[in-house]
Each structure stands twice: as C-alpha cells, then as structure tokens.
Write a protein that binds this ligand. Structure first.
Ligand SMILES: NC(=O)c1ccc[n+]([C@@H]2O[C@H](COP(=O)([O-])OP(=O)(O)OC[C@H]3O[C@@H](n4cnc5c(N)ncnc54)[C@H](OP(=O)(O)O)[C@@H]3O)[C@@H](O)[C@H]2O)c1
Length: 222
C-alpha cells in the first residue's frame, strides 16, 4: 500500500493519476477534508498534520509513504513532518519519499531553515528516505502568478533563473521511484529552458516581448 499525504494538491493529484494506472499499487490518500469516494484501489482518510490524529490507522499496512504536505503552515512543516516521520518509523514504513523545492530562495519555495530541519527530522526517524528536489512546475508558477497578480508590487527577486517543467513529469518521476521500491535515492529535476521570474511574469501578462517557447506553449494550453 502507498500512502500519500497531500494527495489532493497540485502534485498529489498528478501523482495519483500516474499511480492509478498501476492498480497493483493500491493507494491510501490523506486529506483534512476527504470527500472522495472509496474504491478497491483508493482509500481516503481524514488527517491533519497539525495534530496527527488518525495517523496510526492511516499508516497501517503502508509500505511506501509520500510526503507532499510540506510548505503549508510553518508549524505544520516541522511539527507535522516530525509526527509523520516518527509514526512512520513506529509502523515500519519502508520508504518515505519527500518532494522538495530545488531552489530554496524563490518566493514560493517556503522557509529554507524549515526545509532543512524537516529533512533532518525525516532522516533521524530512521525510515529510509528518498528526496526528490524539483524546480517548480509550470502549473505552480501559474498559480503563483495568479495569486500575486493583484498585488501592487511583485515579490519577484531580480535576476533569479528557474527551469520549470510540467507537473506530470515531476509526478512521473515520483511514480517511477515508488514503482522501483528503492529507498535512499536523491533525484534532481529541472526543465530544459532557463527563465527569469521577471520574464515569466511579463509573459504571463502577455507583453509583446515574450520570448519563451516552453512557458508560452504551456499558457496556450491552459
Ligand atoms: N508544485 C510544484 O511544482 C512543486 C515543485 C517542487 C516541490 N514541491 C513540493 O511538493 C509539495 C506539494 O506541492 P503542491 O504544489 O502540490 O502543494 P499544494 O497544491 O498546496 O497541496 C498541498 C497539499 O497538502 C495538504 N495539506 C496542507 N496542509 C495540511 C495539513 N495540515 N495536514 C495534512 N495535509 C495538509 C493539502 O491537503 P488538504 O487541503 O486536502 O488537506 C494538499 O493536498 C510541497 O511540499 C512543495 O514544496 C512542489
């Protein structure tokens, strides 16, 4: 059984789509507000990492656990990750897979120290850990652009370059790692085209000097 914390989010949905094509890997998905139907391949549980209630029941028979609920609330990022990792050790989870932002200095990458601490706590739990460090997906960038579009100032550091990639590609790599069942991996993911955040924002606003093919074709398809 594969357990996913954060299975309703942007990356979680993509991962579930990939994994549901492999019915031999049944899923248990956690959400603070599970409303979806149970079926033979997918079970839903109500979990809030803020208190960790129900984690024991959730982790029963889970062999591989995916943590996609980091960078949510500062206290949950550390305390919630600690709860999750230590309960996972108690329930003898054999593989903990964590998706981490690859570039911690971007405005949507979360707190760098919290991320380091979360990884340390997961390692200290003794559950074999794999870390996938990924550049942001196009979808996450678009969400960021939409969220910040109304602000009078953009919280965009000048000159930062990123190499975004499709969310489905990130999820595909996570699914491949899970199918291999091999813990202890470190995988770094990035797209082919290097873009500055300023470039992305101006492309998002459809300014005439748009130059990026990858980002433009992504926006054209949305
Ligand atoms: N998106 C990307 O391109 C990208 C790239 C690199 C790394 N990452 C990392 O991948 C992870 C997922 O990113 P995302 O974009 O999919 O995030 P997202 O869309 O914001 O989804 C967050 C998920 O976390 C769950 N969650 C939030 N607070 C929770 C809590 N207190 N207890 C339990 N679950 C909670 C939410 O579930 P409910 O609301 O249903 O409870 C939701 O499924 C993040 O750690 C992010 O840093 C993402």
């Amino acid at each position: 059984m594969i357990g996913i914390i954060g299975g309703t989010g942007l990356m979680g949905k993509q991962l579930c789509r990939h994994l549901s094509q492999q019915p031999e890997l049944p899923l248990r998905i956690a959400s603070r507000t599970p409303s979806q139907q149970q079926n033979e391949c997918v079970q839903w549980s109500r979990i809030d990492l803020a208190d960790g209630q129900g984690l024991g029941r959730f982790l029963q028979d889970v062999h591989q656990l995916v943590h996609l609920a980091w960078n949510q609330q500062p206290l949950v990022d550390i305390g919630g990750t600690w709860r999750l990792a230590y309960r996972a050790a108690q329930y003898q989870v054999q593989h903990l897979l964590y998706l981490s932002p690859a570039q911690p200095d971007l405005p949507f990458s979360g707190n760098r120290d919290n991320r380091k601490e979360a990884i340390l706590l997961m390692r200290q739990s003794g559950v074999p850990l794999s870390v996938v460090e990924s550049q942001p997906s196009f979808e996450a960038l678009l969400r960021y652009c939409i969220q910040t579009a109304a602000l009078p100032l953009w919280a965009i550091p000048n000159g930062k370059k990123i190499a975004p990639l499709p969310a489905s590609q990130i999820a595909g790599s996570l699914a491949t790692l899970l199918a291999s069942g091999n813990p202890g991996q470190r995988v770094v993911l990035k797209g082919e085209e290097q873009l500055s955040l300023r470039q992305l924002v101006s492309l998002y606003r459809r300014k005439p000097n748009a130059t990026s093919t990858a980002w433009e074709s992504f926006l054209a398809g949305t």
